[in-house]
Design a protein around this ligand. Sequence first.
Ligand code: NIG
Ligand code: FE
Length: 436
Amino acid sequence: MSPLTVMNACGPARPVEADLVVTGAGELLTCPADGKGIGLVVGGAVAAKDGRVVWVGPSKQVQRRVSLADGAAVVDAGGRVVMPGLVECHTHLIFAGDRSAEFQARVAGASYQEVALAGGGIASTVRATRAATDEELRSLALGRLTRLLSLGVTTVEAKSGYGLSPEQELRILELYAQLAALHPVDVIPTLLAAHALPDAYRGRPEVFVDLVTTEMIPAVAARGVARFCDVFCEKGAFTADQCRSVLAAGAQYGLKPKLHADQLSEGGGAALAVEMGAVSADHLDYVSDLGIAALAGSGVTAVLLPGAAFFLGTDQLAPARRLLDSGVRVALSTDLNPGSSPTENLWLMATMGCCALHMTAAEVIRAITCEAARALALEKEVGSLEVGKKADILILESRKHTEIPYHYGINPVEQVFKAGRCVSVRGKETEVRPCA
Ligand code: NIG
Ligand code: FE
């Protein structure tokens, strides 16, 4: 009897029933949420039933350990890497307009803050987003979701923040609820009302903060359309005290805190994240030694967004190594947004994690799967191929995990399964259909 055979009182365990089996992986990466490393099973297989993982083990044990339900699909990964669907834990998914002219101004030497002061930046996206119809915003976001899915993303966090009025912020969050119903990718909504001070409140930030805390947060909570409350803690955006008020009000209404922290300057964002018991502190390019010490052992996940630093052309990079070496859990994300990071490609962030942040292949793979899930408090549901979790499964073109950050700028995804159903093959089909 193999040492992996589980005994029960009557002998070897009965085979577990499955409606999907992905077998023949060269490397199966389970990405264990509570462990370390990528949980590599050479020659592995994964079985699922009703959208959940029911068994993981060596392919040679499948016949003995798994029984097939009627109509079950068995997919041979042909020696490729099989891993969890990616978790994209920080995006600004709904926005209209484009800022390619602003990009060219920055390429010519203008800074992100200078562009913003000249009326561009977040404010220009707010104008374009407010002017767009629901139909336009839905179709723009659906296009982005489809691109994300073809790149292997099966769960995406999506922030509001380009509405900045009670009606407009609510409109964006309601659209996220519609998108979640229309598209196979799970959409996790976040209220980011304190993203920028609207022009109408110039010189009166406390009045806007009051509007956020007393009107927007209660309205959003009453509609049940957000899970998290985020703030932009930065010079020119909101002070740590203002962010504290917003996050505290959000928490009172059941919205867990998240922060854009220490992105363009050190502003005490990391310490505030710890103080508020945030699920994540995001960016951290300028985090101080004290901030790192506060994050260590706090349970706050650091979400690093190297694409934003790259696209803004800043030399200041988040101290990923020091964070990891202090025991902080580190996730990576694109920050998908029109100003600082217009990309859906999380694989590229994995490569930047290695090249710019000196993370290992194993660390970046965890950072876009199980650690990203933890940054959304979803580590018990997604981001790992473990029994009981969602059967969000990728078959890659790559044959070993070290190729993932190495062969960069491409889409390595062959096939995507969302909750046990094949939803994308080589980026072509995106509608839910039975597995081949
Ligand atoms: O995460 N920092 C704030 N928000 C975005 C940028 C938004 C924009 O420029 O439109 C970010 O980088
Ligand atoms: Fe962001």
